[in-house]
Design a binder for this molecule. Sequence first.
Ligand code: PEP
Ligand code: MG
Length: 581
Amino acid sequence: MNRQLIGIPVSPGVAIAKALVLHAEDFTIPEKKITQDDVPKEIARFEDALTKTRQALIAIRKKIADEIGAEHSDIFNAHLLILEDRTLIEDVIGEVKTKCINVEAAFSHVIQKYYNAFHAIDDEYLRERVSDVRDIGRRVLHNLLGRERAVLIDLAEPTIVVAHDISPTDTAAMDKEKVVAFATEIGGPTSHTAIMARSLGIPAVVGVDVLTHMVKTGDLVAIDGSHGLVIVEPDQKKIEELLHERERYDEFTHGLERLRDLPAETKDKKRIVLQANIEIPDEIPSVIAQGAEGIGLYRTEFFYMNRTDLPTEDEQYQAYRYVAEQMKNHSVVIRTIDFGGDKFLSSIDLPYETNPFLGWRAIRFCLARVDIFKTQLRAILRASAHGKIKVMFPMISNLNEMRRACQIVAEAKAELKVKNMPFDEKIPVGAMIEIPSAALISDKLAQESDFFSIGTNDLIQYSLAVDRINEKIAYLYEPTHPAILRMIQQIVENAHKNKIEVAVCGEMSSDMALALLLIGFGVDELSMSPFVVPKVKKLVRSVTMKQARDIAAEAMHYETGAEIRQFADSQVKKVAPELMA
Ligand code: PEP
Ligand code: MG
């Protein structure tokens, strides 16, 4: 009763529901009946998944052998042997044929049997093969299911998802109506789990040590996302306490609702544009309901996830057009695909990399795969005929990348002209400033960009050399580090000198104390999870520009991140105490 675990609070609110522990459920796949006619199709899908898994394993084995020596790649021979085991393959096909069930269910039954058999063996070497079986099982299932975790798609009741980590592919696939909170063992305030929870408006706690060992699927769990607490099997007294906290939080958020139609302007009438970050078009109703003035970051890579083929130009055009039309005269900043790092796709075989966050990703990938890049650009351009669309490139690190990307935009425009397809000739093209080198040459980049958007999540990660999803070093991930604030000041100054606007679309915009500093630095637009917009609007309406500028200037006199954080928090408490409750 009342086992309390502490983690990092990343999305406020309280939820009480049954837990679904993800890793324990990996092999629990919903069983579906099929007809005899479907059997050959299911077997073909199985063979296809086996081939894909085999190819991926061979590629990884080769890479490891080339880079660190053949002896280290032996582990993959064991994997390949399991994969090629005729008995296993025949058992699966046999189950599909005799029970008339979907192949994922048949495969998961058979692999579970293997798993149990290895587990029970009284031989240490063979027992170690358990993890090989588990790994192979995961890989094949991911290929069969387009990498989604099937358990998340069909949830019967409100559920709290508990996991070591929740990947972007998991969240893209999950039944968002039923998931009421997240808790994970790893992650920090800007990990994907945290960002997604805020954008869904559900509580989340990350970085909870040994969480998946303390919670079982079906346990009643309470999440207090404001204080970073996970309470397993809370007793009646605790539940009442938490419900009281929830009421208080709901009252606070409802209180902000009346701000919805009021402008986001300071007391002395300076407008600060507050926009929303989205990952999928389904988020548009919340964006409108929360009163955001446009989309400051549309993370389009989610379009490419959980599918085995690439989205076509037309498909993308329809989605972007829908978003642009819904936002009417407000602008929509479409960021071109930013995969790599922790975002993987089933449709493209990205090579194995030892350092994916510093690897072949985002604009680097797009400039190498012009076919994929240009298809997306044509879709964005065509959608620009229906609204106020801007296009933005992620992970720009030098001028050449910006120039080359703009050249490809020009080529895409020329191709549409030939086909007589309308688009906005003057579509603004911007650079994300999220790599320190880009920040330091922002004077030059500003001359070749129509706008800047500062991606503080990555800017902090790369400047401070702190992995943004590693909970062990989360204490080093300091947005108030003087180096970060100086860089932001410099970017804003360079943008304004060149008469372009500068937005912040990283999670710094969602934190009241940091948003106050950004306003004081002169940032023109803040973009954030839709549910945070009313809070930031309240903040904007509580200060004058002079006050914000003075606070930002005074903050820069402190020497450490901790001192600046303390000072900025104290200033929010002064100007809008209810926001710090
Ligand atoms: C950022 O890096 O701040 C950002 C907004 O992009 P993402 O979180 O998608 O990397
Ligand atoms: Mg980024």
